[in-house]
Ligand binder design. Structure first.
Ligand code: ZN
Length: 298
């Protein structure tokens, strides 16, 4: 209970001749992404990361990342969905509501995609926290990918502050559990190459939640983006290898030690790959520089 009260304070390269090459896209060819902003809130920097100022407010975004690939599009996370108000009402305890909140407007990914005539057959969750899973129920035709570690945890520990029953229990959701393969990639011990061409690869970032993953995209330009979920909430934290504020980490990070390990791993990667852009799920300042749907990063 004490912990809950504290939480209230937060918120192919196919081998072949030239003819074969003509038909097979190079890694990253035709891959692009667009950030779908579904909502936001403001929070003191001092809560967002250790050492941040309590006098500076940061904008915290809630986004779904739309990825387009010649062999299929998918969303990485779903952001705040059409049903977020009812989900919030049902699964956030009364005592947490004043501080555990989101601001208006909410612009669900489904609404934005419908207006653009875009359908997505697959959603991949970075992890199942409420602000990442809220929109799942809006996509009953999509397969929802989640690591078996994350799914098991959610089943064993349902409810606030973890995954919300109102968001993950609806029978309309088509769950697909998967396991990362024992294939080292980019310094990570395991990975899952979604299309077999190295353009979109899932990597383990366990810690914040037991089965959290990051998504590493390599675009046609050669530019690389690593979407790191909630391992950190701001890029500044990553630059300085800082955890969330003590209180925030205590409550939000399932395994604080593993989360810090993941932060240091990402920090190291950024040192080794200076062109790599690591995108925390909630860092509005960084995301502003990438633009929002229907703007694309190619
Ligand atoms: Zn989270």
């Amino acid at each position: 209970m004490r912990k809950h009260l504290l939480l209230g304070l937060l918120l192919s390269f196919t081998l072949g001749g030239p003819a074969a090459f003509a038909d097979v896209p190079a890694p990253g060819a035709g891959v692009s992404f667009s950030l779908i902003k579904t909502g936001h809130v403001h929070s003191p920097a001092g809560l967002v990361y250790s050492g941040g100022s309590f006098f500076q407010k940061l904008e915290i975004n809630h986004v779904a990342v739309l990825v387009q690939h010649p062999r299929g599009s998918f969303l990485f996370d779903s952001g705040l969905g059409r049903e977020v108000a009812a989900q919030y009402q049902q699964d956030v305890p009364w005592w947490a509501k004043p501080s555990f909140r989101y601001e208006q407007p909410v612009t669900p990914a489904r609404d934005q995609l419908d207006r653009a005539g875009i359908t997505v057959p697959r959603i991949i969750l970075s992890h199942s926290h409420w602000d990442h899973a809220s929109g799942l129920v809006d996509f009953p035709e999509a397969q929802v990918w989640i690591t078996s570690e994350e799914r098991d945890w959610d089943r064993q520990h349902p409810g606030f502050p973890g995954a919300f029953p109102s968001q993950i229990d609806p029978p309309s959701i088509q769950w697909h559990t998967y396991a990362l393969e024992n294939k080292p990639y980019f310094g990570f011990p395991r990975s899952l190459d979604l299309f077999g061409d190295g353009s979109a690869v899932l990597v383990p970032l366990f810690g914040h939640t037991p089965g959290a993953v990051g998504l590493l995209l390599t675009l046609a330009s050669g530019k690389q983006y690593l979407f790191c979920g909630d391992t950190v909430w701001s890029a500044q934290a990553l630059k300085e290898s800082r955890p969330k504020s003590f209180l925030a980490s205590l409550i939000a990070d399932n395994d604080r030690e593993a989360t810090q390990h993941a932060i240091e791993q990402l920090h190291q990667l950024m040192q080794e790959h200076t062109g790599l852009v690591v995108v925390p799920a909630h860092d509005a300042a960084l995301q502003d520089t990438l633009g929002y749907f229907p703007q694309w990063v190619r």
